[in-house]
Design a protein around this ligand. Sequence first.
Ligand code: APR
Length: 236
Amino acid sequence: MKIAVLTGAGVSAESGLSTYRDNNGLWDNYDPMEVASIEGWYKNRKLVLDFYNSMRAKLRDVRPNDAHIAISRLEERAETTVITQNVDDLHERAGSTRVIHLHGEATKVRPENGVYDDTFSEREVIDVGYDAVSLGDKAPNGSQLRPHIVFFGEAVPKLGIAADVVSEADIVLIVGTSLQVYPAASLYSYARPDAGIYLIDPADMRLPDRRIVHIRAVATEGMKQFVKHIWSDNQQ
Ligand code: APR
């Protein structure tokens, strides 16, 4: 059995990390065009570096929650790939071994003028863990280190492989995303016609596709219901 798990900020909410758009989310307190866009980067690199420095530092103090752990344990019974919009490292820390970060990773940086710009090769990407990066911190090629994040206004290089994973899945599970940011939000639509599609979210969401089974719960609770449902289905 193959499971594709599409996650957003909601899966990390119970670990204490802010979501972006619901109750006092990050975008209620910061302008994404200033701190998370390519124009914002060129306008004020320090503001962007500080934003991701504070996000990175928070990761040192939080832990994966039971939803991350339940998602990693799906690997015990199914070929599971996590496709996350999140830039935190909580899926990896929970034990997931196949994680695709559509929007980049907060713990990584790369030269602002490097090979990635043309080829998306990650060979110049540096893992800085939870440490801060400042203006003047240069890459080996001499250019300023920038967050290894897909800024608004930039391409999403891993979209193709993510779509392939979803198109081969028997089950597509969506956890904790408002499905408002494209192209990530359209990924579920690559599901095969015979695939099961489940969405875990406490909000009363307008479901974009009537095939989607909405488990209206927070991620930790919803994962218990999801696991019970799919493994009991597969015992019959
Ligand atoms: N469990 C599950 N879902 C939750 C929980 C929870 N405990 N708390 C909140 N949610 C849900 C909200 O109802 C909402 O649908 O998580 C979703 C969070 O939505 P957003 O804040 O929009 O986050 P996300 O969908 O991940 O944003 C996508 O937007 O700004 C960009 O790059 C950024 O990756 C991000 C993208």
